[in-house]
Design a protein around this ligand. Sequence first.
Ligand SMILES: NC(=O)c1ccc[n+]([C@@H]2O[C@H](COP(=O)([O-])OP(=O)(O)OC[C@H]3O[C@@H](n4cnc5c(N)ncnc54)[C@H](OP(=O)(O)O)[C@@H]3O)[C@@H](O)[C@H]2O)c1
Length: 259
Amino acid sequence: MDLGIAGRKAIVCASSRGLGRASAFHLADAGCEVVVNGRDKAKTEATAAEIARATGAKVIPVVADVSTREGQAALFAAMPEPDILVNNNAGPPFRDFRELDRQKMIDGVVGNMIVAIELIQQVVDPMKARNFGRIVNITSGSVKMPIGGLDLSSGARAGLTAFLCGVARQLAPHGITINHLLPGSFATDRLEHNMQTVAKNQNITVEQAKAARTATVPAKRFGDPDEFGAACAFLCSKHAGYITGQNLLMDGGVFPGAF
Ligand SMILES: NC(=O)c1ccc[n+]([C@@H]2O[C@H](COP(=O)([O-])OP(=O)(O)OC[C@H]3O[C@@H](n4cnc5c(N)ncnc54)[C@H](OP(=O)(O)O)[C@@H]3O)[C@@H](O)[C@H]2O)c1
């Protein structure tokens, strides 16, 4: 399918690896000029070069911490007026909620809620002027189905979702959409790391930990980041202009509700 966004400009935050990388890849493959971002210089530059080689698109690596004002400024210096913004960031680590002091909670809310809102504040006026904008926030299935120990992540991301609910309606008359993609278990470095921790804590092998996790997924497998990237690019496409304020769960059927 022609996504109808060739020539559009896209910033994909936290995209040197994993779900962000897959989203950047599919946007580049659709003909967008893409900013790829991460804190690790070698990895970010290598990913940008790989995507450019595979797709023929212009891909700009920006080595920056998206959680900081300086990092955000670096993203906009590389691409001042994006048509597409994909918000992504690392999530807070697994922790009993009693271990969260005030600073840790503030950092979690900044990372998974405030940063996305700050970036959106900066992109929407030029989008309004062009009567086109696509904003996708990578959040988590935990927004709908919170996971004990990831309470800060669930709370901050649910806060982002609620905050943007009204904003999406405010921006809809201007051709701008805001949607959320909610991953379940996708085979990324982050999941690999989680599985190693589970294996260590339960004194089982990593393969056993993965088998136990996939057994809980109706699809009986982990998601492929490529599937995620394709869905993200679709939400950024010209065809998705009538979809806004939505939460798209991609979890292989784990969430059991009809709505
Ligand atoms: N994979 C899953 O199954 C799953 C499930 C639910 C939710 N999620 C959420 O989805 C998001 C992406 O997960 P993932 O699995 O793709 O993670 P990942 O494989 O660990 O990749 C994270 C990416 O983000 C970059 N990054 C992290 N912090 C950054 C920062 N402050 N500034 C700029 N770049 C940063 C990393 O590069 P550097 O380290 O070089 O900065 C890397 O490119 C996370 O918020 C995660 O909590 C994932």
